[in-house]
Design a protein around this ligand. Structure first.
Ligand code: 5RP
Length: 262
């Protein structure tokens, strides 16, 4: 069976597939944003529509809301659900301490609000997101529109003190930054290595015009990492070992085909 998907995309599917094992009936879920989270939404829609899974859910972006609703998952407002049982989302990078860079889909603010309101956060990724130190992926920072160029300058100033080699850019080289669901701008920080993520996060959040950063520190309970052979590896906590399980890739391929046409 030939699948028209890259190894990384299959890995993303495998991680989302394994995440289903953590979802129980009647849970209140937070659904992440991005291509890995989209696999989860498709799998969840299959469970809801074909296997009668009962869940309530809120989303971390307009993009995820649209996809979920199109597939028949009712999306509630976070405030209607209150405290969530579980949030599941992708990430742009994760390190050995389960700290993350997120926001590649510009949804970091809603993601952080939803994910800090969940009892548990599970991150689903392919193997390419694992790094020794955070920082190769551009760090997204959400800033208010008012005075954004001043905020950008202040960010550049504090980065000098943070001893990181970087510059601040507008995403995709646009002349103005991209606009988030909340009507703010995203600035991307081109860093090479973040030596002290907590210090950088605090320094950035101290700037009045900064709304949030893509550093998700100390929030993740478990990482599920998938690969193109069907292997899913789960790490639950900083000091835990990876626990591996192997899916039959032929069977999975059939299922991916079915799910992908949703
Ligand atoms: C969106 C995010 C995504 O979770 C992150 O960008 C990973 O995306 P993908 O699953 O497409 O690789 O933080 O704001």
């Amino acid at each position: 069976m030939t699948l028209n998907l890259s190894p990384s995309e299959i890995g993303k599917f495998v991680s989302a597939y394994r995440a289903l094992d953590f979802i129980e009936s009647d849970m209140k879920l937070g659904l992440g944003t991005g291509s890995t989270a989209a696999w989860l939404v498709k799998l969840l829609a299959h469970e809801v529509n074909e296997n009668g899974l009962q869940i309530t859910a809120c989303a971390t972006s307009s993009e995820t809301t649209k996809l979920a609703e199109r597939l028949g998952i009712k999306i509630s407002k976070l405030d209607e659900l209150g405290q969530l049982d579980l949030a599941i989302d992708g990430a742009d990078e994760f390190d050995r301490n389960l700290n993350l860079i997120k926001g590649g889909g510009a949804a970091l603010l809603q993601e952080k609000i939803v994910e800090t309101a969940a009892d548990k956060l599970i991150i689903i990724t392919d193997a390419s997101k694992q790094v020794e130190d955070l920082g190769s992926f551009d760090l997204p920072v959400e800033v208010v529109k008012f005075g954004w160029k001043t905020t950008k300058r202040l960010i550049e100033n504090i980065l000098e003190d943070e001893d990181v080699d970087c510059r601040v850019v507008n995403r995709r080289g646009n002349s103005s930054p991209i606009i988030t669901d909340e009507g703010h701008y995203i600035l991307d920080l081109k860093l090479i290595r973040i030596g002290n993520p907590h210090s950088l996060s605090n320094a950035l959040l101290n700037i009045a015009g900064v709304v949030e950063t893509g550093l998700f520190l100390g929030m993740t309970n478990s990482i599920i990492m998938g690969d193109s052979t069907g292997k899913a590896s789960v790490k639950s906590g900083i000091n835990s070992d990876w626990v591996h399980s192997l899916n039959n890739i032929q069977e999975l391929s059939e299922f991916i085909k079915k799910i992908n046409i949703l």
